[in-house]
Design a protein around this ligand. Structure first.
Ligand SMILES: Cc1ncc(C[n+]2csc(CCOP(=O)(O)OP(=O)(O)O)c2C)c(N)n1
Length: 318
């Protein structure tokens, strides 16, 4: 079911993802967004690499850092932005906020509980098996999630039953202030895969084509009954764990060096070097994305907040 998505299209998605995140940042100092806001700035190539391969019937279970995964699954951008800005027009009526983006019509869900999306995805994969259809379940997690019991249990069951589960691990090397190297018994996450009869691959998560190729192969494997896969996509979180994180645990030198490896710049350079686009053309695309998102944000800001009278809605049976 893969659609023909070109590298230029994927770059366009990366722009939407980056500028969507930057728009969200605007709501923090103004206190339009309460609680912790986690953005995926710097990790765009992973989500953009997943675009175009999933149907409505395929499930995706995401995390606290979920905006770009939702964009990859096709969740409505305005409804998501409204949810993040706590508006009643939001995809969950403004009740969920940024960590709880749900779109049942697309089988997209998120959770703030680290690792907890994997067993939910496992349930979707098992349902697909029972229904005998070609659907696949994708769980996207961070490297901190792979050391939770939920992750191990779900992977074991997926391997035992050869279920159509694809786990994409965004290994940004840090779980808040804990480096992956200090918390994992194995050097990589991909190498753990055979212990669950899963296929494991580590890819450069800054390279959108590498991610897309690995994702397409893992989906084909899952759809043909060959069982689960783990894609470990190496990347770097450009901002603090959440907006407001003093981020003292990563050195200034490390942050500067790793931020200079920007996946958007990398893709732009590839497009120009291959003669697939000119710099001017790509700059024009970026300008139009920035204008569209800024218009969307201005419009969302005019929407109403949920009313106090609705505070207990969905809490008690009506
Ligand atoms: C079960 C559980 N334990 C701890 C937390 C607190 N917590 C929130 S995010 C996070 C780190 C997650 O790191 P990682 O999985 O690598 O994802 P990243 O934030 O890097 O995207 C922790 C420990 C939580 N939300 N859930």
């Amino acid at each position: 079911m893969a659609q023909e998505i070109t590298l230029k299209d994927r770059y366009g998605y990366m722009l939407w993802m980056r500028h969507f995140e930057l728009a969200c940042l605007e709501g923090v100092p103004t206190r339009e967004i309460h609680g912790e806001l986690h953005t995926g700035v710097g990790q765009e190539a992973i989500s953009a690499g997943m675009v175009g391969f999933l149907s409505k019937e395929d499930a995706m279970c995401s995390t606290h850092r979920n905006h770009m995964h939702a964009i990859a699954k096709g969740v409505d951008l305005r409804a998501m932005l409204a949810e993040i800005f706590e508006k009643s027009t939001g995809i969950c009526g403004g009740f969920g906020g940024h960590m709880h983006i749900f779109d049942p019509s697309l089988k997209f869900s998120a959770t703030g509980i680290v690792g907890a999306g994997v067993p939910v995805a496992l349930g979707h994969a098992y349902a697909a098996r029972l229904k005998g259809n070609q659907a696949v379940a994708v769980a996207v997690v961070g490297d901190g999630a792979v050391n939770t019991g939920a992750f191990h249990e779900a992977m074991n069951m997926a391997g035992a039953l050869s279920l159509p589960l694809v786990v994409v691990v965004e290994n940004n090397e840090w779980a808040i202030s804990v480096p992956f190297s200090a918390s994992s018994a194995t050097e990589t996450i991909a190498e753990r895969a055979p212990s669950w009869r899963a296929h494991g691959i580590r890819v450069n998560g800054l390279d959108v084509e590498e991610v897309a190729n690995a994702f397409e192969a893992a989906l084909a494997r899952a759809r043909s009954g060959k069982g689960p896969s783990i894609i470990e996509a190496m990347c770097y979180r450009f901002r603090g764990h959440f907006e407001g994180d003093a981020d003292m645990y990563r050195s200034k030198e490390e942050k500067e060096r790793r931020r200079s490896e920007d996946p958007l710049e990398r893709t732009k350079e590839t497009l120009v070097a291959r003669g697939l686009a000119t710099l001017e053309e790509l700059n024009e695309i970026e300008k139009s994305v920035v204008a569209s998102i800024s218009e969307m944000l201005a419009s969302v800001r005019k929407d109403p907040s949920p009313s106090g009278a609705d505070a207990t809605r969905y809490v008690f049976a009506e």
